[in-house]
Design a protein around this ligand. Structure first.
Ligand SMILES: *Cc1c(COP(=O)(O)O)cnc(C)c1O
Length: 436
């Protein structure tokens, strides 16, 4: 009973552990009591325009009647059932839908719990594939710096070694190969010299490498960088020649975020394995999926032990699959692409004034992703408060102040959001980390 008299913030301070957070010196948190469209409603009555789409997931906005209905109608039928030996319409239909809409050749869908797990599954598939082809020594991965693939151990091993704090876990992280990050920007002039360092590593170590894994076009949490799609076209043929698989992590970019349905579509290439997550359920529930070609699936399952060694307890959860299907319906029925391209224009226009500010190193926009890169890291507590005071929710990391709005954000709301970013950066009122 004692708890009823404590405030939520007190309970949180005493018992909750937040992402990438200290329990000793906690940063302030805000209590959310509701969310509608692109707005978060705080317990103190304030409303915030959400520039983060809840870590890039909530593409259709909060409290969407179609998604709500999908979830409640599924819960009345069946909330969950094991996926071993049983199947059901939401999961089977979702697998078929994902196979149909994904880049060519990805026919098999392995459902799992989250983005990180879908990366683990992809990496296990690549290792099992090579073992099935009598090349068990091909068990390491090649990737590029500045990547982010999740927080579990194998996923961490292919995150940027510095950002990903590999030194903290050096004893237990598998050691992978790292090429420099792609340098030519999205709209630059392609030159094969950009991929030469990776090509060199691939030539040198192909006998140990099972797959190349990277985020296509948009490097998200590792630096919010947009690189040239030509990189992926060259990479596709390099992987073929070297006999290694190609894995695209579309967890951040999938479902339209970069202006195309898949970031891979900018390059017109298909990977052998693809990871999705984040916006898959329209932000409603945790769900990931790993898609693979028929060749990957058949090769794995035609050799000992004749099966793929993975199977999460909540695999194919019907609630998550039902809401994912409804979210895909919305993507099909609603004009997501014109919306994202409109957001791209509005974000470009709205963030452009930041470019001339003293501590701004770069402003870049692709699809519904707007980034202002500073020359030094932000003071999170200070900048967070100034955004909240201006009625927007923006959560920077490191030197990056960025927005990834829900696709349904209106022109006026985008203007408030980008206006707040410009004002806070222009005022430069204690928002940068002292002494850096
Ligand atoms: C968020 C993200 C992940 C991890 O997904 P989780 O659901 O947080 O485990 C992996 N890869 C990329 C590119 C991501 O953006």
């Amino acid at each position: 009973m004692r708890y009823e008299t404590d405030s939520i913030l007190d309970l949180d301070r005493c018992h909750a552990w937040h992402p990438y957070a200290s329990t000793v010196n906690p940063l302030p948190v805000h209590e959310v009591v509701g969310a509608e469209g692109v707005r978060l409603l705080l317990a103190d009555g304030r409303e915030l325009i959400d520039g983060m789409a809840s870590w890039w997931c909530m593409v259709h906005g909060y409290n969407h009647p179609t998604l709500n209905r999908a979830l409640t109608s599924q819960v009345d039928k069946m909330a969950h059932v094991m996926f071993g030996g049983l199947t059901h319409a939401p999961a089977a239909t979702l697998c078929a839908r994902l196979a149909r809409m994904s880049p060519q050749g990805l026919e098999r869908v392995f459902l799992c719990d989250s983005g990180s797990v879908s990366v683990e599954v992809a990496m296990k598939m690549a290792m099992q594939y090579m073992a099935a082809r009598d090349c068990p020594e091909k068990c390491r991965f090649l990737t590029v710096r500045r990547g982010y693939h999740g927080d579990t151990f194998h996923a961490m091993s292919v995150c940027d070694p510095v950002n990903g704090m590999h030194s903290l876990f050096s004893g237990s992280l598998p050691r992978q190969f790292f090429a420099p990050e792609p340098a030519i920007p999205f709209d630059g002039q392609w030159d094969d010299a950009d991929i030469e360092p990776l090509a060199g590593l691939l030539r040198q170590h192909a006998r140990e490498i099972c797959a190349v894994i990277l985020e296509p076009v948009v490097q998200g949490a590792g630096g919010m960088r947009f690189y040239h799609p030509g990189y992926l076209r060259s990479l596709r043929s390099l992987c073929h020649e070297a006999g290694v698989l190609l894995i695209f992590d579309e967890i951040a970019t999938g479902f339209g975020r970069s202006g195309r349905l898949w970031a891979a579509d900018h390059a017109g290439v298909s990977p052998d394995i693809m990871c999705v997550g984040k916006a898959l359920t329209g932000g409603y529930m945790t769900l990931g999926a790993t898609l693979a070609t028929e060749d990957v699936a058949r090769t794995i399952c035609s050799a000992k032990p004749g099966l793929f060694m993975h199977g999460p307890t909540f695999m194919g959860n019907p609630l998550a699959c039902a809401v994912a299907l409804a979210s895909l319906d919305l993507l099909e029925q609603e004009p997501w692409q014109p919306r994202v391209l409109r957001l791209e224009q509005e974000l470009k226009q709205g963030l452009e004034p930041c470019r001339s500010l003293p501590h701004v190193a770069d402003v870049r926009v692709l699809g519904a992703i707007g980034v202002v890169e500073l020359d030094s890291p932000v003071n999170m507590a200070a900048i967070q408060k100034q955004f909240v005071d201006r009625g927007v929710w923006v959560r920077p990391f490191g030197k990056l102040v960025y927005v990834m709005p829900p696709y349904v954000m209106s022109r006026e709301e985008v203007a408030v959001l980008t206006g707040a970013v410009c004002e806070v950066l222009r005022a430069d009122n204690g928002i940068r980390e002292a002494g850096v």
